[in-house]
Design a protein around this ligand. Structure first.
Ligand SMILES: Cc1ncc(COP(=O)(O)O)c(C=O)c1O
Length: 366
């Protein structure tokens, strides 16, 4: 058999999945839909036209999002998760090895894979030690390489830090190619770049229903951009690429998004609580986060991850990934879940500290 060239060399998304007792490895929401929202979704399902292709439903969701952002329906594209939206964006600006895509590293590990799938050249741009982006150098790299697309994840996954809107504006003003801002975690932060859309037709904002709105299983994301770019992204899709059940679910979730505010606030409060507790453990460095997860560096991260696994707790370990050595990313679960995994971490840390009294808590907070 002859498969597509280099398909076997494409890196895979390396998440260890099993039936975890506490699943905090994918930045999902550990609560299912609010009961009121679930009720509305279930009742909407009973009137779904299963026999029809989803035209009206697709437009209804686009209209709602467009109205919220004060843009036209033609500026919104819906995809199966923002993953698919981002993949299509890489596709429309890729196509051959002369086309270049610049993105920071460490960041969302899928960018490299999308670039490879789009058969273009990727230029990873190294973040500073504290994971901030050197704006001027990034602009120079993008412009000097005559890149076709620049990508910034804000707030950044897996590091958790966020850029200020003024910094995004400097990027949009100076980068000479289209700029994608991946706002998968924006609901936990608030500093959206959406206000810049009217001034920068080359700007794209990818959003997801998977994180703050707890719809990872339904696979829905959206893009807000200029009519011109949106039309090209639509062209990259096959007709009727979204299924009606996911669209109507997202439609209701979006209508009822105020129902999600208390849980978003709860996740933020949990993140702050867990960060301050972790910082007290000797040897733990907790990176500042404006998301629903924490990135933690610890010299015994691998061993701690093993302990978590033994206890049925799934966190994301980055092994020896460049810039993320000895790092674990922990998504915020419910308060009781957070207490359980912290207990495991604290006991482990007590054991290690007995053997390694040199570990202390000083200077561990960046
Ligand atoms: C930064 C970032 N972008 C995009 C996605 C994709 O999310 P989804 O395809 O579920 O919308 C993720 C998921 O983890 C993410 O972390």
């Amino acid at each position: 058999m002859e498969f597509r060239k280099d398909l076997d060399k494409r890196p895979s998304y390396d998440v260890v999945e099993k039936l975890w007792r506490i699943k905090i490895n994918a930045n999902e929401c550990n609560l299912n839909l609010p009961p009121l929202v679930e009720e509305r979704v279930m009742s909407r399902f009973s009137s779904v036209a299963f026999n029809r292709y989803p035209n009206e439903e697709y437009d209804s969701l686009r209209d709602q999002i467009a109205k919220n952002f004060g843009v036209y329906r033609e500026q919104i594209v819906i995809g199966a998760g923002s993953s698919e939206i981002i993949e299509k964006i890489f596709y429309i600006f890729g196509g051959n090895s002369n086309n270049k895509i610049v993105y920071p590293t460490p960041s969302f590990s899928m960018y490299k894979i999308y670039a490879q799938a789009a058969e273009c050249d990727s230029i990873p741009f190294k973040l500073n030690e504290d994971f901030s982006l050197d704006i001027q150098k990034f602009i120079e790299t993008v412009n000097d390489s005559h890149a076709n697309l620049a990508v910034v994840c804000n707030p950044n996954n897996p590091t958790g830090n966020g850029m200020k809107i003024e910094q995004i504006k400097i990027l949009a003003e100076n980068i000479k190619c289209p700029l994608l801002i991946d706002e998968a975690y924006i609901e936990f932060y608030g500093e959206t770049a959406s206000g810049l859309l009217k001034d920068f037709p080359n700007l794209m904002i990818a959003r997801t229903f998977s994180k703050a709105y707890g719809l990872a299983g339904a696979r829905v994301g959206y893009l807000i951009t200029s009519k011109e770019i949106a039309a090209m992204v639509e062209r990259a899709y096959m007709p009727y690429h979204m299924n009606v059940l996911s669209i109507v679910t997202a439609d209701i979730v979006y209508q009822m998004r105020s129902e999600f505010v208390p849980r978003i606030q709860m996740m933020i409060a949990e993140r702050k609580r867990m960060a301050s507790q972790l910082k007290k453990l000797p040897g733990f460095k907790v990176f500042p986060s404006v998301t629903n997860f924490l990135l933690v560096k610890y010299p015994f991260a691998k061993e701690l991850n093993r302990r978590f696994e033994e206890r049925g707790i799934g966190v994301r370990s980055f092994g020896n990934a460049p810039g993320l050595e000895n790092c674990l990313r922990i998504s915020m679960g419910m308060r009781e879940e957070n207490d359980i995994w912290f207990d495991v971490a604290e006991t482990f840390s007590d054991e290690i500290s007995m053997q390694h009294p040199e570990l202390d808590t000083e200077g561990m907070d960046l």
